[in-house]
Design a protein. Structure first.
Length: 364
């Protein structure tokens, strides 16, 4: 066991505590990655607030990039010194979902409490989301990592681990957008802006962003939204129809956790349209809709986890798009912080104005 520094959640709703923890060496199929950067995602905040329950104490954090510093047995294709992004998608590779090309919904359970992390005194410590990246190092499956170019900045690369693949993947993989289709994206936050970029990359004709403030709609326009609609309007779907020339959308991508957005989403759809649920409401939250309308208009409701990505296929593609200037990543970062400032960075993310705040491990 090695001793490293981590931000630990000891009680839901309390600030994270910077403490020494222990991490085991990589086991069969695993690698150790020493982190340079980890971005803060709203999922980390939901977990830390207790919205989804879970074991405590726990280490959250799951949008990371760093360099491989140890390789366990039976790991092919990776070596010490490789720069990588680390994702939370711990896919077994052989269950029906993995074998069917859907590793984000892998069916093989992984016990995050029996994982590589222990408290300083040897007690149990959850490696939340199979990652535990609010820490100087992670030990993860080699199936969770993807090599990146050595000159790619790690703060930028870390964004590819969750928000970017979820948003772009939802547009390209889950909604299966074709050139010329019309899209509505509800929410212009970390995932929503990437859904907008994904729709643009897929060749969407018109992309309508829906959010609560003009500021958010302005940012959405920078990422490719052709129209903006205020969610505070009386019937925002009517404003969207107007932007779409009187017809509903071919797809509506719901990137927020607020239930009214789910209740309203089918109203934005045209005949044959699909509502793609990407955001993560709190456990127990319920939504309702009118089945007869969906049946009569041949519409669909689908869920998408992590953009239905296959990281080994999609992350190298997205890195090329970034290098070609077709995928914005630098513009998604709103601040850089040290590990000791993590509670301030989380508070800043909670204000909703921030895009992504990134913890840099070389910052004092
Ligand atoms: Zn995330
Ligand atoms: Zn699997």
């Amino acid at each position: 066991m090695q001793t490293i520094k981590a931000a630990v959640c000891r009680a839901f709703g309390d600030p994270l505590v910077i403490e020494d923890i222990q991490i085991a060496p990589p086991q069969t199929g695993e690698v150790e990655v020493t982190l340079d950067a980890v971005a803060i995602c709203h999922s980390d905040i939901s977990y830390a607030s207790g919205a989804w329950g879970g074991f405590l104490p726990a280490v959250y954090g799951h949008e990371a990039a760093g360099v491989i510093t140890a390789v366990g047995p039976a790991v092919g294709g990776f070596a010490i010194g490789d720069p990588v992004v680390v994702t939370l998608i711990r896919a077994c590779g052989s269950c029906p979902s993995c074998a069917g090309g859907n590793p984000t919904i892998c069916e093989t359970p992984y016990d995050t409490v029996k994982g590589p992390l222990r408290t300083a005194d040897g007690g149990p410590l959850e490696q939340a989301m199979a990652c535990g990246a609010f820490a100087e190092k992670v030990v993860v499956s080699h199936r969770q990592i993807v090599k990146i170019p050595s000159d790619m900045p790690k703060d930028v690369a870390s964004l590819l681990s969750c928000g970017v693949i979820t948003g772009v993947g939802a547009a390209v993989n889950a909604a299966g957008l074709r050139p010329g289709q019309d899209v509505v994206v509800i929410g212009a936050g970390g995932v929503g802006l990437n859904a907008i970029q994904g729709a643009r990359i897929a060749g969407a004709r018109r992309i309508v962003a829906v959010d609560m403030t003009e500021d958010k709609l302005d940012i959405a326009a920078e990422f490719g939204a052709t129209h903006g609609v205020l969610a505070t309007s009386k019937s925002p779907w009517k404003d969207a129809y107007k932007a779409l020339g009187g017809r509903g959308a071919d797809a509506v991508l719901i990137t927020v956790g607020a239930i009214p957005a789910y209740d309203q989403a089918p109203r934005y759809l045209g005949p044959g349209g699909k509502a793609v649920m990407i955001g993560m409401p709190h456990s127990g939250d319920q939504s309702s809709y009118e089945p007869v309308i969906l049946a009569a208009l041949g519409q669909g409701l689908i869920g998408s986890k992590m953009g239905d990505v296959v990281i080994q296929r999609d992350i190298p593609w997205m890195i090329d798009l970034y290098e070609q200037g077709r995928l914005k990543l630098d513009e998604l970062i709103s601040g850089r912080w040290s590990l000791s400032q993590i509670n301030e960075a989380i508070a800043d993310t909670k204000t909703g104005s921030a895009k992504r705040n990134v913890i840099m491990f070389d910052k004092a």
